[in-house]
Write a protein that binds this ligand. Structure first.
Ligand SMILES: Nc1nc2c([nH]c(=O)n2[C@H]2C[C@H](O)[C@@H](COP(=O)(O)OP(=O)(O)OP(=O)(O)O)O2)c(=O)[nH]1
Length: 130
């Protein structure tokens, strides 16, 4: 079974968290996720998340703190995903790899179909939203 190690950015602004919709492809088609991606060989989670957000969203970020790691078994692969609370240094989160994105407040947090693996992280940040 394929295993992927992923870093995910939790970006919170004005009490809302940034969530983006995956393209219509693969097991996670059209699910909503925290932006990020797979770690490269020998790369730290912190370095991966900064690189991925630059690549995917043309935005410079900084890691504020590591939050937690989720293990999840999908039908076709397993995932280890670490979430990092991050802040934007420069850039406008320009979508290049997602269908669309939303800033979700506490009341809207579960209004999008999240990727299954994300649910524990979503629950973990609920208290940071307004
Ligand atoms: N980025 C991200 N991926 C997630 C989340 N939840 C979740 O199950 N995944 C899964 C979907 C993908 O199978 C995998 C991450 O792959 P990806 O396609 O985003 O990563 P990548 O940019 O490095 O991929 P690639 O273009 O090199 O194939 O993790 C999440 O919140 N964020």
């Amino acid at each position: 079974m394929k295993h992927v190690t992923v870093a995910a950015a939790i970006l919170i602004k004005d009490g809302k968290v940034f969530s983006a919709q995956r393209k219509d492809f693969g097991e996670m088609a059209k699910r909503w996720e925290f932006p990020g991606g797979k770690l490269e060989e020998g790369e730290s989670g912190e370095a991966a998340i900064v690189r991925e957000i630059k690549e995917e969203l043309d935005t410079d970020i900084r890691v504020i703190k590591y939050l937690s790691t989720v293990e999840y078994q999908y039908k076709t692969f397993s995932i280890t995903m670490s979430g990092y609370l991050c802040e934007i240094l420069a850039g406008d989160l320009v979508l290049s790899e997602h269908l669309c994105a939303k800033w979700l407040g506490k009341d809207e947090l579960y209004s999008v179909p999240w990727a299954d693996a994300d649910i524990p992280l979503v629950q973990a940040i609920e208290g940071m939203l307004v």
